[in-house]
Design a protein around this ligand. Structure first.
Ligand code: FAD
Length: 410
């Protein structure tokens, strides 16, 4: 550990992607790391899923350079392994109601992506579709390789007494009290660590939470399977597929098992209006006709009425720290709507930037400088994410936009 840093034990609350990455960074710097997660240990499921070569079912995420840079700081070989499992997406694929598809490349030299992708090389700018649970588990496995890391599952943080550096967990019906020099809150949008920070009487916290009028629900496009069992993608895999319909939209990201995970984003009232199988099919025939065959009628009905629908929220707050005792990272400090595909990427960036400070400064100053340099960027990306909802569901269909894209691709 850097000699400037006096603190040696860290309790990380939350074993999501950001908490797991933070554990690796702290471990590399020689801290004694204890990570507490309320869910069960996902590494067991990983073993079963890996043996059968089937990725577990979960949302897939777009991993971008912002997040990759954060991962690189943990371990370059980890980045290679993650990217080997990810599917590069070099463009959006816009689906209109007549079933026509138009590519909008992310790179100004979009065609370069196609040319190199044909050779299995991805040189032009792109984002990467990766299974969230798989990535999360991979990071936890990597963290546990360090002898100075302990992982505790089924530990639900009840509250922190930040004056005493104490955390109180509920685990299998019993209370557990632990202390650490530094408490890291990586416990997501509904962060309990943030709640405890808010209650500190010696400092005030600004807090802003906004639910948007859109819920999300997951559907699946399974792989096309030949009679000999060979599987293939039913659509172009190296694209982020979008069916933009002005006030609502469907998107689909490819998975390594050749399926696509689709997410339907729609106002709650529209979900509520679709109460019967007939109404659902009529709606899809009208707005997403090409997807009925891709998803399958029965699967569409089953998943639409069975899968959970979740709301979307955006959270801004400040400060993110308390002296040299506590810092909140990832969604705990900046939950954003998912339309910019940057929530997790930003959380990885938080960890990288926090350590740029921790490595060179006394902890109290490091945390202070981290939060002050981060605030403007985090607020900006939350706003951009909100704006990109309009861009994805409506802006991409503007004639001027399509014309500019056509010119760029020419
Ligand atoms: P979380 O993933 O929420 O993890 C927090 C962890 O803390 C969880 O494991 C939870 O169980 C645990 N926890 C919570 N409370 C407690 C407690 N009291 N005690 C102990 N443990 C606790 N981001 C991208 O970068 N790219 C994308 O393409 C993208 N797409 C998205 C699509 C959708 C539909 C959604 C909803 C989000 C998307 N995101 C995307 C955002 C991304 O999922 C989040 O930003 C990311 O998961 C945040 O990671 P985190 O570790 O900070 O929080």
């Amino acid at each position: 550990m850097d000699s400037a840093v006096k603190i040696s034990t860290v309790a990380i609350v939350g074993g999501g992607p950001v908490g797991a990455l933070a554990a690796i960074y702290f471990a590399k710097e020689g801290w004694k790391v204890s990570l507490y997660e309320l869910r069960e240990d996902p590494r067991m499921e990983e073993t079963v899923a890996r043996q059968s070569k089937l990725p577990s079912k979960s949302i897939n995420l777009a991993l971008s350079e912002r997040g990759i840079h954060g991962l690189r700081g943990a371990s370059p070989h980890l980045v290679e392994e993650i990217l080997a499992q990810a599917i590069p997406m070099g463009a959006r694929m816009i689906h209109d109601t007549a079933g026509n598809q138009t590519s909008q490349f992310y790179d100004i030299h979009g065609k370069v992506f196609n040319a190199w992708a044909a050779l299995g090389l991805y040189t032009a700018q792109h984002i990467n579709s990766v299974d969230r649970d798989w990535l999360n588990t991979k990071l936890l496995i990597e963290a546990k390789k360090y002898p100075n890391v302990d992982l505790y599952f089924e530990h639900k943080l009840q509250y922190c007494d930040l004056r005493k550096n104490e955390l109180v967990f509920l685990t299998r019906g019993a209370e557990a009290h632990v202390t650490a020099h530094l408490i890291v809150g990586a416990d997501g949008a509904h962060s309990q660590v943030r709640q405890s920070l808010m209650k500190v009487i010696t400092q005030v916290m600004d807090f802003e939470q906004q639910y948007i009028d859109s819920h999300w629900l997951e559907l699946t496009i399974s792989p096309w399977t030949a009679s000999d069992g060979e599987r293939d993608f039913k659509m172009e895999p190296h694209r982020l597929h979008i069916w933009p319909r002005q006030t609502f939209m469907l998107i689909a990201l490819p998975n390594s098992d050749k399926s696509f995970t689709c997410t339907l984003f729609m106002p709650k009232s529209m979900f509520d209006n679709l109460q019967s199988n007939e109404a659902l099919l009529e709606f899809f025939k009208r707005f997403f006709p090409d997807t009925i065959q891709l998803i399958g009628k029965d699967e569409l009905i089953r998943d639409f009425f069975r899968n959970p629908r979740s709301p979307l929220l955006s959270i801004k707050c400040f400060p993110y720290i308390l002296e040299d005792k506590c810092v909140i990272l990832g969604d705990a400090s900046h939950a954003m709507v998912p339309f910019y595909g940057q929530g997790m990427n930003c959380g990885f960036e938080d960890v990288r930037l926090l350590f740029e400070n921790i490595k060179t400064k006394r902890l109290k100053i490091a945390l202070y400088d981290y939060q002050n340099s981060r605030k403007v960027d985090l607020n900006a990306i939350c706003d951009l994410a909100m704006q990109n909802f309009v861009e994805m569901r409506a802006g991409v269909t503007r004639r001027s936009y399509l014309l500019r894209k056509k010119i760029e691709e020419f």
